[in-house]
Ligand binder design. Structure first.
Ligand SMILES: CC(C)(COP(=O)(O)OP(=O)(O)OC[C@H]1O[C@@H](n2cnc3c(N)ncnc32)[C@H](O)[C@@H]1OP(=O)(O)O)[C@@H](O)C(=O)NCCC(=O)NCCS
Length: 144
């Protein structure tokens, strides 16, 4: 990984496209919440959002470790506001820490209502990914 790429992944400064305060993280996923993703109450199912966050963190883990990796732990997940059908959901990932074989990746999820220019943070969490070799065993994140 080049120094420039690492700098972007660790401290990527990104201004939200809708004027909101989004002061850190790399935009990794943007998706529209669909009716198929709802819970029995009609709001978006938390599991759908968690899977999007896992995908976002996994995307960054792949870029950082340049290979296979897996989620070993999810910490401090909080659901701050409900997500509604039709919301545009944007996921930002920030590389917080690299260990020997693990990566701590913080993910923020923001939602913008379909007919609004305002986005609100709806969820965040830390995902710990472990870089894996071909056999599924931990490998150093940065090969020496
Ligand atoms: C990922 C996996 C190979 C790690 O195996 P392991 O025996 O725990 O490996 P280690 O003890 O060597 O730990 C590897 C790294 O993960 C970290 N780690 C392990 N468990 C952790 C946890 N619960 N929380 C935070 N970090 C953890 C260790 O600190 C270590 O980090 P470091 O090398 O940067 O110091 C194994 O746990 C596994 O296969 N888990 C299933 C992963 C998976 O399928 N994920 C998808 C879920 S559907």
């Amino acid at each position: 990984m080049s120094d420039d790429t690492e700098d972007t992944l660790v401290r990527g400064q990104q201004r939200g496209s809708h004027g909101r305060q989004q002061d850190e993280g790399v935009l990794v996923i943007r998706a529209i919440a669909m009716p198929a993703d709802t819970n029995p109450s009609g709001d978006i199912f938390g599991g759908w959002l968690m899977s999007q966050m896992d995908l976002a963190a996994g995307n960054m883990a792949g870029r950082v470790s340049q290979g296979r990796s897996a989620t070993v732990s999810v910490e401090a997940m909080q659901f701050l506001r409900p997500v509604k059908v039709g919301d545009e959901v944007t996921l930002y990932a920030t590389l917080r820490k690299v260990g020997r074989t693990s990566m701590r990746i913080h993910v923020d999820a923001w939602a913008r209502a379909r007919y609004s220019e305002n986005a609100e943070k709806v969820t965040d969490a830390d995902f710990i990914f472990v870089a894996l070799d071909e056999s599924g065993a931990p490998r150093p994140v940065f090969e020496t």
